[in-house]
Design a protein around this ligand. Structure first.
Ligand SMILES: Cc1ncc(COP(=O)(O)O)c(C=O)c1O
Length: 399
């Protein structure tokens, strides 16, 4: 599949005059996802798990098929290890609240300096509740983690390391394999926030040997309102559910209730049925193109953008590691990132400006905000050319 045939599958991207460069925030949706969800609503929609009528049974089969698809996509051992959540944020809160039972006073929880707030605040809360310590792996200005002190940072007190695979601000790909090995050597567990990697880099949870991994559907060409938590069966079995209600029980009396087996134990309430169907189609879309191909398209765009950015004298790329995905944060000497974002919009270029839900990353670079361009497989060099044209105009305007 070439770039042109990919672009044709995205109605928003195909629009004349739009250059969408904000896929790290959320991806546009291909027709197959939109159609699968619309058709499901039109022809097949009914609740899952509870129905004894034909429509509900068919709906349940389709829903369960997606769980199998995700299991295969991430290389999990069993479908029991795939929990549907409403997004990565909910998945991380589920782990933090469930794992809190294994954390005591003086224990340590490790995060990185560049975590998204979704993978920082839940752990900050648990650390305070449990009188545990939140330990931070710092970064170099390149955006790479400083691992010289890793034996001190990950030590006998460490209970869990909650780490992003790829930074949503800098695009840095973190060496999670090394961190997982180190964590396991002292008996700590690892949660990988794969929000910015799962639709860019092939992932296999069994070969990684991570204990938990999560991502959001909307960042991988799927709908909003659906996310995935992978957890090792043995660990999920030991954890208490964080939300209680319908669908996740075995028996209920006024005195006591018992919970369902995995994965239902962690899926209280009517699930986002149609969003699950949409996510399944998004995974089909990714597999059809292939993650290697997606990754090479985005790498080429990244290299092209970094080369073209050299034409803009006052542009500074934040985090210049070589080991990164198609995410570039940058500043212009005299223009505020919000002005950059607004003026880019007048050129039809959609980029993000702000702290990108990682104020600790901003604090590292001593900036309040950055502008950010991020790529997906539907982008082309034309999008970058337009961005560069806009930035040259903005640079001149703010001279
Ligand atoms: C690295 C990372 N983690 C977590 C999240 C949170 O995802 P969501 O808002 O879909 O729950 C995001 C979203 O921007 C992200 O980029």
């Amino acid at each position: 599949m070439n770039n042109e045939s990919i672009v044709k599958q995205f109605p928003v991207i195909e629009k004349e005059g739009l250059h969408y460069l904000d896929s790290a925030a959320t991806c546009q949706k291909p027709n197959c996802v939109i159609d699968a969800m619309t058709n499901f609503y039109k022809e097949e929609y009914a609740t899952v798990h509870r129905g004894i009528y034909d429509l509900s049974q068919k709906s349940t089969i389709k829903y369960n098929n997606v769980r199998r698809q995700i299991k295969d996509f991430i290389g999990a051992k069993s479908e029991k290890e795939v929990i549907f959540t409403r997004g990565a944020t909910e998945a991380i809160n589920l782990v933090a609240n469930g794992f809190a039972a294994f954390i005591s006073e003086g224990d340590e929880i490790v995060v990185t300096e560049t975590e998204h707030h979704a993978n920082l605040l839940p752990w900050q809360k648990i650390a305070k509740q449990k009188k545990a310590k939140l330990i931070v792996i710092p970064i170099l200005d390149s955006g790479d983690l400083i691992l010289d002190n890793i034996d001190k940072i990950i030590n006998q007190n460490t209970k869990i390391i909650a780490i992003q695979h790829v930074s949503n601000v800098l695009g840095t790909i973190h060496p999670i394999e090394t961190i997982i090995k180190k964590a396991h050597s002292i008996g700590a567990k690892v949660l990988i926030d794969a929000c910015q990697s799962v639709s860019h880099i092939p992932i296999n949870v069994m070969s990684l040997d991570c204990d938990f991994l999560c991502f959001s559907g909307h960042k991988c060409y799927g709908p909003t309102g659906i996310g995935v938590l992978y957890g090792k069966e043995e660990l999920l079995n030991k954890m208490e559910p964080y939300q209680l209600g319908g669908d996740m029980i075995r028996t209920v009396t006024f005195e006591e209730s018992t919970f369902a087996e995995l994965p239902m134990k962690f899926e209280a309430g009517t699930p986002p049925i149609v969003e699950v169907i949409g996510l399944g189609e998004a995974i089909n879309f990714i597999k059809k193109i292939g993650l290697e191909k997606i990754s090479s398209i985005e790498k080429e765009l990244l290299e092209y953008a970094l080369k073209e950015f050299k034409k803009i004298k006052t542009l500074k790329v934040i985090g210049d590691t070589k080991n990164k995905t198609g995410v570039i944060s940058f500043t212009l000497e005299n223009a505020h990132p919000h002005d950059i974002g607004t003026l880019c919009d007048s050129f039809g270029v959609a980029i993000r400006a702000g702290h990108h839900c990682s104020q600790t990353t901003m604090q590292h670079y001593n900036v309040a905000a950055t502008a950010r361009a991020s790529f997906a497989c539907y982008n082309t060099k034309k999008d970058i050319d337009k961005l560069v044209e806009a930035l040259l105009y903005i640079e001149e305007m703010f001279e």
